[in-house]
Ligand binder design. Structure first.
Ligand code: ATP
Length: 687
C-alpha cells in the first residue's frame, strides 16, 4: 500500500501552470505542469468532456471505483476537477514517461531481458492487486507503464478498467470493450461470453513481446487485420530462432500468457511465481540501465513528434508505403480505439435484402501459422494497396461462405467522410453538468471525508471519441493526432500508427479515407461524433469511432485532395480496409450464430434418426472452442454422416411406403374378396 499524500492539491485550474506537452493519448493530452501553491511539478491529463459521448454517470462511477485503488505500482491521481469543458486529472509526474516513449527514443528494438523482467514484475504486482480487488485493467501496454527518475514503475490509465463484480450497465460494458486491438485478447474481440481478468493476462503477454521487440505484434497492421490475425493465427510468441537472445523461461512466460483459451491462461498470482521473475532487479537497476542519459521527457516527446512529422513528409514524397522504414513504421499503438459493440450494432442494423453468397473459397480458410512472424504477412500485405485489399476480400470471402453478401455491400455504403463548415454539423450535445461531478476531488479533501476520491480518474474508453482540448490560453486542438498534431493529422484516437501512415498515404492519392460508419440508431450520438477542427482549421465530421480525418498532412500547407463528401445514402465507392471491419465483425457474428444453428440442427437430426450420436454440451462447446477451420471440418464430417443417415432413412421410408402400398393393396384385395363373398352369401340367402 502506498502512503496517501497529506498534501492538498487545489481543484482549480488557476492554481496550475501548464508547461510543455508530454504525452497524447486516445482521449487526452498530458502536460507537465506546476502546482503553484505547492510548488510541485505534476502531470495533468486534460480530457474534453463536451465532446465525450460517454455518459457522465459512467465517469462518476469510474471515479468512485478507483477510489478503492491504492498500490505503489498503480498511478493514482492527486485530484480531478473540471475546467470549462475539460476534465483535468492531476497526477504525479513520472519524469521518464512511458516505456513506449523510452523505447521509441532509445531502444527501438526493445529492452534487454533483465530490464523486461524488472518492468513486468512491477506491472504484475499492480495486476495482482487489481485482480485481487476485482478489477480488470483492460489496457495493459507499454504506453501505460510509466517510469519515474528513481526507476519506480507504475501502471497508468484506468480509462477502460472495469470491475469484475459489477452488474447491470457496468457488466454490459465489459461486453462492449473498446481498446487497442494489438493488446486485445481474442475473447474480448469475439465478445461471445464476455471476459474476465484473464484478458489482462493476454495483454500482459503482448506487452512482454512489445518490450522485447520495441513494438507489439501486428502493430503495423490496421485494426481489421489485427483482429483477424489475432483470431485466426496461432498466438504470437517469442521465436526460438529470431529471439535467441531471450531465455527459455521468458519464452515460456510469454507462451503461458498468450494462450487463446482464457481458461488455460494462468492468473496474475500464478504468473508471479514464474521463474522468469527471478531475473527481476531493483528500481535502481532501471535507473542505471535504461534511464541514464535520456533527455528530459518534454524534449523527447517533441523530438518524437518531429521525427514522425518528418517521416510522414518523407512518405508523402516517396508515395509508397513500402519505402517506410520498418523501424519507424512499427510503433506502438495507443492511437486508435474502436468500439466493437458499436460496430456490431451498426452491422445488425443493416437490412439484409436476402441472397446467399456462394463464395466458397476453401483456400482462404487456411490458417496463417506464422505465430509471431509478421514478415510473411508483410511481404504479402504491403506489396500494394490493391493486393492488400484483395487479400482482405479473400478473407472476407472465407468468412462469408453462407453470409448474405448484400449486407456487406450495404455496409460498404455506410462509410463516409464529410467535410464542411463547422456550423453545418456542430455537435448538439448539451454541455454536461460536470462541475458538481468532479469538483473538489483533491486528495486531501477526499481523505478528510474518508471517501478517498482522489484517485486516478477512470473514464470509459468511450471517452476516446473526445478529441479536442482547450487548455487555458490555448486554441482548441486535436488530441487525435499521433505525435504530429501540428500537421493536422487528427486521427490519433482512431487509427493506429501503422494504419495512420497507410491512410495518410491514401490521402495523398485518393483524398480522404474513412473507416467511419454511420450512427444509425442514435442520432444524438451521431452528432456527438462530431466535427473536429483540424490544426489547419479544417473540419471533418466523425460519425463513429473509426474515422480518419481529411486534415491536411502537409506541414508546409500543401493541400491534399479530399475525396467525396458523402451524405445520406452513401455513394462512396472507395472501399477501404478499415471500412470492412464492421462487415467482418458482422460476419464473425453470423458465423458463430450459424455454427450454433448447425449444432442445433445436428441435435434434432440425431433425435429424428434415433441414432446414438448425441452431441453433448461438452461436445458443442468443444466445437466452439477449436479453431474455425477444424471446427468447420468437423461439422462438415458430421453433416456428411448425418446426411448419409438421412438418405438411409429416406430410403427406408421409401421401402416402407412401397411395402405399405403393397399391404394396402393386399388388404384391399382381401376386403374386396371378403365383400364379394359376403355379397354372394347375401344373394344366396335371399334366394
Ligand atoms: N503522470 C504522467 N507522467 C508522465 N507522463 C505521462 C503521465 N501520464 C501520461 N503520460 C504520458 O502521456 C502519454 C499519454 O497518456 P494517456 O494516458 O493519455 O494515453 P495512452 O495511455 O498512451 O493512450 P490511451 O489513451 O490509449 O490509454 C503516456 O503514454 C505517457 O507517455
Amino acid at each position: 500500500m502506498e502512503q496517501l499524500s497529506e498534501k492538498r492539491y487545489p481543484a482549480n485550474p488557476k492554481d496550475y501552470k501548464l508547461y510543455e506537452e508530454i504525452g497524447e493519448g486516445v482521449s487526452a493530452t498530458v502536460y507537465r505542469a506546476l502546482c503553484v501553491p505547492l510548488n510541485e511539478i505534476v502531470a495533468i491529463k486534460v480530457l474534453d468532456l463536451e465532446k465525450c459521448n460517454n455518459d457522465l454517470d459512467g465517469i462518476r462511477r469510474e471515479v468512485q471505483t478507483m477510489s478503492l485503488i491504492n498500490h505503489q505500482n498503480l498511478l493514482r491521481a492527486h485530484c480531478s476537477f473540471t475546467a470549462d469543458q475539460s476534465l483535468w486529472v492531476v497526477m504525479p509526474y513520472m519524469a521518464e514517461g512511458s516505456c513506449l516513449h523510452i523505447m521509441k527514443t532509445a531502444y527501438p528494438d526493445g529492452f534487454e531481458e533483465p530490464v523486461i523482467a524488472t518492468l513486468l514484475h512491477e506491472v504484475l504486482k499492480a495486476l495482482v492487486y487489481l485482480h485481487g480487488h476485482g478489477h480488470i485493467h483492460r489496457d495493459v501496454k507499454a504506453g501505460n507503464i510509466l517510469v519515474d527518475t528513481n526507476g519506480a514503475v507504475k501502471l497508468a490509465d484506468f480509462g477502460v478498467s472495469a470491475c469484475m463484480f459489477d452488474t447491470g450497465d457496468r457488466q454490459r460494458s465489459r461486453n462492449t470493450f473498446v481498446g487497442t486491438p494489438c493488446w486485445m485478447a481474442p475473447e474480448v474481440m469475439q465478445q461471445l461470453h464476455g471476459y474476465d481478468f484473464k484478458a489482462d493476462i493476454w495483454s500482459f503477454g503482448i506487452t512482454a513481446l512489445e518490450l522485447a521487440h520495441g513494438h507489439a505484434p501486428f502493430s503495423k497492421y490496421p485494426p481489421m487485420k489485427v483482429l483477424l490475425m489475432t483470431l485466426q493465427n496461432a498466438p504470437p510468441g517469442l521465436d526460438y530462432e529470431r529471439d535467441k537472445r531471450f531465455s527459455k523461461s521468458f519464452k515460456d512466460l510469454v507462451g503461458n500468457c498468450l494462450v487463446k483459451d482464457p481458461k488455460k491462461r494462468p492468473s496474475s498470482e500464478k504468473i508471479m511465481k514464474h521463474p522468469f521473475f527471478k531475473h527481476a532487479r531493483s528500481n535502481d537497476y532501471l535507473t542505471r540501465t535504461i534511464l541514464d542519459g535520456l533527455p528530459p521527457l518534454g524534449q523527447r516527446f517533441r523530438a518524437l513528434k518531429d521525427k514522425e512529422a518528418e517521416l510522414l513528409l518523407q512518405n508523402k514524397q516517396l508515395g509508397d508505403k513500402e519505402h517506410l522504414s520498418q523501424q519507424e513504421y512499427i510503433r506502438g499503438i495507443s492511437a486508435w480505439n474502436f468500439n466493437l459493440e458499436d460496430l456490431k450494432t451498426q452491422a445488425a442494423l443493416i437490412q439484409d435484402p436476402g441472397g446467399i453468397s456462394n463464395t466458397d473459397d476453401s483456400d482462404t480458410n487456411k490458417k496463417h501459422n506464422d505465430g509471431c512472424d509478421e514478415d510473411d504477412f508483410a511481404s504479402k500485405l504491403t506489396s500494394s494497396e490493391k493486393d492488400e485489399f484483395h487479400d482482405l476480400q479473400t478473407v472476407e470471402g472465407s468468412l462469408t461462405s453462407t453470409f448474405p453478401v448484400h449486407s456487406l455491400q450495404a455496409l460498404k455504403g455506410c462509410f463516409d467522410v464529410f467535410e464542411g463548415e463547422e456550423d453545418a454539423t456542430s455537435p448538439i450535445l448539451k454541455k454536461p453538468d460536470t462541475e458538481s461531478m468532479f469538483q473538489l476531488q483533491s486528495s486531501s479533501q477526499v481523505e478528510n471525508s474518508d471517501s478517498r476520491l482522489n484517485n486516478g480518474v477512470v473514464l470509459e474508453r468511450k471517452l476516446s471519441s473526445a478529441k479536442s482540448v482547450s487548455a487555458p490560453g490555448q486554441r482548441p486542438r486535436f488530441l487525435s493526432g499521433p505525435l504530429i498534431s501540428e500537421l493536422g493529422v487528427s486521427s490519433k484516437k482512431v487509427v493506429g500508427d501503422g494504419e495512420r501512415s497507410e491512410m495518410l498515404q491514401k490521402n495523398q492519392s485518393e483524398g480522404n479515407y474513412s473507416g467511419t460508419y454511420r450512427q444509425m440508431k442514435e442520432p444524438i450520438a451521431a452528432n456527438v461524433h462530431e466535427l473536429e477542427e483540424g490544426a489547419e482549421g479544417r473540419y471533418v465530421q466523425h460519425k463513429g469511432r473509426f474515422k480518419v480525418t481529411s486534415a491536411d498532412i502537409n506541414a508546409k500547407g500543401t493541400s491534399t485532395t479530399n475525396c467525396s463528401a458523402n451524405t445520406g445514402a452513401s455513394t462512396n465507392s472507395t472501399i477501404t480496409p478499415a471500412s470492412i471491419l464492421p462487415s467482418l465483425q458482422y460476419m464473425l457474428q453470423q458465423n458463430i450464430m450459424q455454427r450454433e444453428q448447425i449444432i442445433k440442427l445436428i441435435r434434432s437430426m440425431e433425435q429424428m434418426s434415433g441414432q446414438n450420436m448425441e452431441l453433448s454440451d461438452a461436445r458443442s462447446s468443444d466445437l466452439l472452442q477449436v479453431p474455425a477451420t477444424s471446427r468447420e471440418r468437423e461439422l462438415q464430417a458430421y453433416m456428411a454422416t448425418l446426411q448419409q443417415s438421412i438418405w438411409n432413412l429416406v430410403e427406408e421410408l421409401r421401402r416402407m411406403k412401397i411395402r405399405n402400398t403393397q399391404l394396402e393393396q393386399q388388404l384391399n384385395d382381401l376386403t374386396n374378396k371378403e365383400n364379394d363373398k359376403l355379397q354372394n352369401q347375401d344373394k344366396e340367402t335371399s334366394r
